[in-house]
Design a protein around this ligand. Structure first.
Ligand SMILES: Cc1cc2nc3c(=O)[nH]c(=O)nc-3n(C[C@H](O)[C@H](O)[C@H](O)COP(=O)(O)OP(=O)(O)OC[C@H]3O[C@@H](n4cnc5c(N)ncnc54)[C@H](O)[C@@H]3O)c2cc1C
Length: 389
């Protein structure tokens, strides 16, 4: 009760709000959903227990792609649709996204053959995002100065890929949500759903009660806690390094052996890694911290990343590091998105997935459609929560 004194009391909140949909979780997924609902004129309240974008979405590599690892094809197709959806949002928000494509290669012949096989397989389908296999000479025309492709002749060039400054993008979406007349409440934790005559009447939050009859949960790694059920695996960590602004050294997303990186418009370089965390260290990060728990552990992994990166980008040693984060991946039990109404209550909706940066826009569009028109979009049938609940 002491905490409530700091905030708007329940009764006032009820009077001011009176909404149709409450979206819990202002990561990329929940924010895209609230944006699309508010664009349809549906009164929406987006709440987050922290600051919008401070969950996994704020510690992601932010690569937008519909490339070969996205399987089965239905999942890949959803990603393709999301790439298109981004183009509409770019216009609506006047927020240009960097679509420079990606270059991927590996040093191991076995991995390389696997990639080529999977790219070929994807290309058998009626639609796929643009992929080309190029050699190191062609690749060095795209990245002329700094990247050593090590004479590789099988580099996957995915021309349609882009990257996003997700935190900035979430802010822009939120401005539009507010412009549309909907509400965004930060530092507001969801507590419970209230019912009258078996119908949802409101949700209780740390900032009071919000009247609503529909709730969307887009809570990322908190999904299991919210539903008191194991719907996602134990979150997997990934290290993200952000540099200070640096001279222009790369044009595209470079997915090299062991690490991947790109350079933002502001000159900052974003670096991710491919599973370098030791199991012992992973165990020490049990509470899902957003940063390493000691300076020495952080330095160990910076050194590992630089050592790996140096094999194809000598310049990596000179890049001035600004921040090192740990992101936690929300991966559903069968690795496919979980999107839809709960089987036992159609007014409770869930949207949890990995690759949420890529999928956010199409998920936002489809969830808003399903809720506003009370329909079921067939394309989502494979991803319904009923398969896990
Ligand atoms: C290292 C790393 C690299 C990645 N790279 C990529 C990539 O390149 N491309 C890609 O597409 N995807 C990538 N991903 C995956 C992607 O980042 C996630 O799928 C996506 O960010 C999930 O978004 P979300 O909105 O579901 O979750 P989040 O961003 O975590 O948002 C959930 C929100 O819910 C809030 N919340 C939770 N519980 C409550 C509560 N009780 N009350 C109120 N609010 C609550 C949290 O505070 C949080 O802000 C990567 C992930 C990691 C970790």
């Amino acid at each position: 009760m002491a905490m409530l004194g700091l905030y708007t009391p329940f009764s006032r909140l009820n009077a001011v709000l009176n909404n149709k949909v409450v979206v819990v979780g202002a990561g990329i997924v929940g924010t895209c959903i609230a944006y699309e609902l508010s664009n349809l004129g549906i009164k929406t309240v987006l709440i987050d227990k922290n600051i919008p974008g401070s969950g996994t979405s704020g510690a992601s590599f932010n690569w937008i792609n519909a490339t070969y690892p996205k399987k089965p094809y239905s999942y890949n197709y959803l990603a393709q649709l999301s790439l298109n959806e981004f183009k509409d949002i770019e216009i609506d928000l006047n927020y240009p996204i960097d679509w420079y494509g990606s270059l991927e290669w590996t040093n191991s012949i076995a991995d390389q053959n696997k990639i080529l096989y999977e790219v070929k397989n994807l290309m058998k389908y009626p639609t796929f995002s643009k992929h080309k296999i190029i050699n190191h000479i062609e690749a060095n025309k795209l990245e002329p100065k700094f990247i050593n492709f090590n004479n590789n002749n099988h580099i996957v060039y995915s021309e349609d890929d882009g990257y996003l400054n997700t935190k900035e993008f979430i802010k822009v979406l939120i401005d539009k949500i507010k412009f549309n007349g909907s509400k965004v409440i930060e530092e507001c934790s969801y507590h419970k759903i209230n019912y009258i005559n078996n119908k949802i009447s409101s949700v209780s939050t740390s900032k009071g009660e919000i009247i609503t009859d529909q709730i969307v949960f887009a809570c990322g790694i908190d999904t299991n806690k919210i539903f008191n059920k194991k719907l996602i695996k134990s979150p997997e960590p990934g290290i993200i390094i952000k540099s200070k602004p640096y001279k222009k050294i790369i044009n595209r997303i470079i997915y090299g052996p062991g690490i991947h990186l790109y350079q933002q418009r502001d000159g900052k370089i974003i670096i991710g890694e491919q599973g370098i965390l030791d199991i012992d260290d992973k165990n020490k990060l049990k509470n899902y911290p957003k940063h390493f728990i000691s300076k020495s552990m952080e330095e160990k992994y910076i050194n590992k990343i630089i050592k790996t990166g140096k094999l194809f980008l000598k310049e990596i040693e000179s890049i001035p590091i600004d921040e090192v984060k740990i992101g936690w991946r929300p991966i559903p039990l069968d690795e496919k998105p979980i999107v839809g109404r709960l089987p036992h209550n159609e007014n409770i909706y869930i949207a949890t997935m990995h690759s949420g940066i890529t999928l956010g826009p199409i998920i936002g569009k489809y969830v808003a459609k399903e809720i506003s028109q009370n329909i079921e979009i067939q394309l989502l049938n494979e991803f319904r929560p009923s398969r896990l609940i």
